[in-house]
Design a protein around this ligand. Structure first.
Ligand SMILES: Cc1ncc(COP(=O)(O)O)c(C=O)c1O
Length: 341
């Protein structure tokens, strides 16, 4: 494989794992070479979006070891999403074991250390039984899928342009915004498609209640740097990002002040660096952010952060976190979980 040219797209691997929850228990985990699944056309996942998922990565380290980054956090978040949907989810132990197993079965697709690419894991939980009425599914199917990936947009640390979607929301107040359910992504598609057609790489949403505060991007959290502070939104309509949580700890560790608070839109003009953070995007710096009365409008207020490359504090955080992931430095937090080969 040409590891260097990998982007964030699907490559078929050796196997996927799956198990079903029925009659009060999980069936033995099956490893399948076929990446298609059979399910009733009346499965709740297809009609009522009874679906939640996770995204995490396995890294091949400088020392040859294979590490997962904070898989227990993903397991707990999946359980939280499933609880919201009212469906059965795997235990943390079962989740982590299946993640390890899928990595071991797909080592041929785990990019080498030098490539700075990784194996992305996509644990997915769906409402499986046939049903007609709206109700939480009684049977679920849990799968762990994987695909080798490179940078999400362009190259690593290549800055992207973004736009605020004032007249669209990804989540409702008191809705599903803080859960990793498929429906949230369906809701973001309209605004994302418009933004893409205008040449933007990502959309930034405001809090859906007041439209005055920064929430998050379509597939990542928002952070900003001002002086020695790492600032990130406090909101109950955003996904609690594991990367963001790690960056907050990393920032403190590196002597920065961490502010998790509401961020008014007007504050955008005061930031020195702005970026996206998440498993897929890692840290992706924002070059400029356009604010328009509506996404369709020609009128633009532009906030510019970098012309090229990445701001120094974002770069330092990026280096710190990726060095832990690739086993280049000591992991002072015990974040990584080794996959014994
Ligand atoms: C909407 C949204 N916000 C934030 C994130 C980042 O979360 P994490 O760092 O746990 O990957 C993601 C990606 O998972 C996401 O889809």
């Amino acid at each position: 494989m040409d590891w260097k040219s990998l982007t964030f797209s699907y490559t078929k691997t050796n196997t996927m794992l799956c198990t079903y929850f029925r009659n009060g228990a999980w069936t033995p985990v099956e490893s399948r070479t076929d990446d298609t699944i059979a399910l009733s056309a009346f499965a709740g996942a297809l009609h009522y979006s009874i679906e939640c998922f996770e995204g995490l990565k396995a890294f091949r380290g400088k020392d040859g070891k294979v590490r997962l980054f904070r898989p227990e956090e993903n397991a707990m978040r999946l359980r939280r999403s499933a609880e919201f949907l009212g469906i059965e989810a795997p235990s943390v132990e079962m989740f982590v074991e299946m993640c390890k197993q899928v990595v071991k079965e797909n080592l041929d697709f785990l990019p080498p250390y030098e490539s700075r690419a990784s194996l992305y894991l996509r644990p997915t939980l769906i409402g499986f039984n046939p049903q007609l009425g709206v109700a939480s599914s009684s049977e679920t199917m849990f799968m762990v899928l994987c695909s080798p990936v490179g940078a999400y947009t362009g190259g690593n640390l290549e800055p992207i342009n973004c736009v605020i979607a004032r007249n669209y929301d990804r989540a409702a107040p008191n809705g599903t915004g803080s859960h990793k359910v498929g429906g949230n992504y369906a809701c973001s598609l309209r605004s994302l498609n418009i933004a893409h057609s205008q040449g933007y790489k990502a959309v930034l949403y405001l809090d859906p209640s007041t439209k005055k505060m920064i929430d998050e991007f379509n597939s990542s959290n928002f952070f900003a740097i001002k002086g020695n502070s790492y600032i990130t939104p406090l909101s109950d309509t955003i996904l609690p990002s594991i990367t963001n949580k790690s960056l907050e700890d990393a920032a403190s560790y590196l002597g920065m002040t961490v502010e998790r608070r509401q961020i008014p839109v007007e504050e955008l003009s005061t930031f020195e660096e702005v970026g996206e953070c998440g498993t897929a995007v890692v840290i992706t710096p924002v070059s400029h952010l356009d604010d328009k009365p509506t996404l369709e409008s020609e009128e633009v207020t532009r906030y510019t952060y970098v012309e090229e490359g990445c701001g120094p504090k974002s770069q330092r955080l990026y280096d710190f976190i990726t060095n832990i992931q690739y086993g280049e430095i000591e992991d002072p937090f015990g974040w990584t979980v080794e996959v014994e080969l």
